[in-house]
Ligand binder design. Structure first.
Ligand SMILES: Cc1ncc(COP(=O)(O)O)c(C=O)c1O
Length: 473
């Protein structure tokens, strides 16, 4: 592991020479002046450059390797998006500027909202939320405002399938709802009979991801939507998996009332490491009166009396939205459709190549991702999904999502995305098959992998219970 920048520090070594002081000296009042010098590393420019270059090589991103992280859509981020986000007219403006001086930015936000409405079949979008989970929370506040406005105050429950992403029940809980879990059926979709059993006039909404986190499109979606609506509830669409269906089907047409999208997934803006993201929320007409304050529709701010208020400062992560709009315009409607088709084709190709060697959790055609269960391998060799993932690191491949969804034992959730070539996928398939052989021939080797990364196998229980988050100085 590289040294900390402070460990490279040598007293009085300098990386810069400040120019001569050319303005009157001002002595700060005692209360504003610090009592000791700041603790800064004292290093030369070359030390700083080498330090950060070294750290950057430790980081793994979609720009330096295959990243099949299921449910996260780590697609390649075209560099054209960066060019537009770097345009001075976009990156040198300030959110408190008079709107009349930033008409271009306003119209971009408005056009992006219109495009998202068209793609999802919704009537209005707010671009404020900064992430998928933030979008979920916003959507649930909108649902709450809708029921409250109708004095339908008994609705205190939200139904969430057992295959849902953990943020769904967490967001519903944060919004004050009690969660009802509904099981999946043997095909991986919502168990409709079980759903009927939990629907009542106390249900505010059903949250659903379609295709779900097993990579399966629920064929009963229209029936599910009709049942929830009949019971007076609303349908919330977790759009994190929109990459599978863009240009093919629309949540709005499936019957959903609210949808959030992850622009940092489907619309190719960078993510990982915590942001910045963008989780816009789209709604049907009956929910538009509650949209957050500061939402822009038709180049005008929505200032509705019934608004749920602001969910974020200003207008959302503006430059993320610029990147997403660039992606939409550069691909066009046919291109977006083709991206989804390629994402689905790639996932099905990989699944078909791996299905003999591993157990596919829910066999049959998948959408943009699929889930393997390595339980059988573990039973026979003692090698777990985690050991296989650690082994992948030595091949410079980012592991797939592990142990999710929770309903599949020893799960590996693989999402190749549309941007990967057949050669890259074949290489990954070959590596997985090699690792499987290794599990039988030399399990101890895999139990101690990885061998080539800056940090080797960590004790993850210890790391979770007693994380060391800062260096002792
Ligand atoms: C299905 C699903 N829903 C919601 C989220 C939450 O999105 P975010 O990480 O942007 O908060 C994710 C993220 O991985 C997801 O996969």
């Amino acid at each position: 592991m590289s040294k900390l920048i402070f460990e490279r520090s040598v007293k009085n070594r300098r990386g810069i020479t400040l120019p001569e002081f050319d303005c009157p000296e001002v002595i700060l009042d005692h209360e504003y002046a610090r009592s000791s010098s700041p603790r800064l590393a004292q290093v030369a420019e070359v030390d700083v450059v080498r330090h950060y270059m070294e750290l950057s090589r430790y980081a793994f991103g979609v720009d330096n390797g295959f990243y099949p992280l299921g449910s996260c859509t780590m697609k390649y981020n075209p560099k054209l998006n960066e060019t537009t986000a770097a345009l001075e007219g976009f990156n040198s403006i300030h959110p408190t500027q008079d709107p009349s001086t930033v008409k271009g930015a306003m119209s971009l936000l408005s056009n992006l909202s219109t495009s998202l409405c068209e793609i999802t079949g919704m009537d209005g979008f707010t671009l404020q939320p900064s992430a998928g989970a933030h979008g979920e929370f916003t959507g649930l506040l909108l649902i709450h405002a809708y029921h409250s406005d109708r004095k339908d105050l008994k609705r205190t429950k939200v139904i969430v399938p057992d295959s849902a992403h953990g943020t769904n029940p967490a967001s519903a809980n944060m919004a004050g709802y009690t969660i009802i879990n509904v099981p999946s059926n043997e095909l991986g979709g919502v168990d409709v009979e079980a759903l009927k059993g939990v629907l009542s006039d106390e249900v505010a909404a059903l949250m659903l991801t379609n295709p779900n986190t097993l990579g399966l499109f629920d064929p009963n979606i229209e029936e599910i939507a009709a049942l929830v609506h009949k019971a007076g509830g609303l349908l919330y669409y977790d759009g994190a998996n929109l990459n599978a269906i863009m240009g093919e089907v629309r949540p709005g047409d499936m019957g959903f009332d609210v949808v959030h999208l992850n622009l940092h997934k489907t619309f190719s803006t960078p993510h990982g490491g915590g942001g910045p993201g963008s989780g816009p929320v789209g709604v049907k007409k009956h929910l538009m009166p509650y949209l957050p304050k500061g939402t822009i529709i038709d180049e005008h701010f929505v200032e509705n009396e019934k608004t749920i208020g602001r969910v974020r400062s200003y207008y959302g992560n503006f430059l993320v939205n610029v990147r997403a709009y660039t992606y939409i315009l550069s691909l066009g409607s046919n291109g977006l459709k083709e991206a989804s088709e390629m994402a689905v084709l790639n996932a099905n190709y990989m699944m078909s190549q791996l299905k003999e060697a591993f157990t596919v959790a829910y066999p049959g055609p998948c959408m943009h991702e699929f889930v393997l269960s390595l339980q059988d391998l573990k039973d026979k060799t003692g090698i777990s999904a985690k050991d296989i993932c650690k082994g992948l690191l030595d091949y410079k491949v980012h592991p797939p999502t592990m142990y999710f969804p929770l309903i599949v034992h020893e799960a590996l959730m693989i999402e190749p995305t549309e941007t990967e070539s057949k050669e890259t996928m074949d290489e990954f398939i070959k590596i997985l098959l090699e690792l499987k052989d290794k599990a039988y021939s030399d399990p101890d080797y895999l139990k101690n992998a990885p061998y080539t990364t800056p940090i080797k196998r960590v004790d993850d229980v210890l790391a979770a219970r007693h994380p060391i988050l800062k260096a002792e100085m």
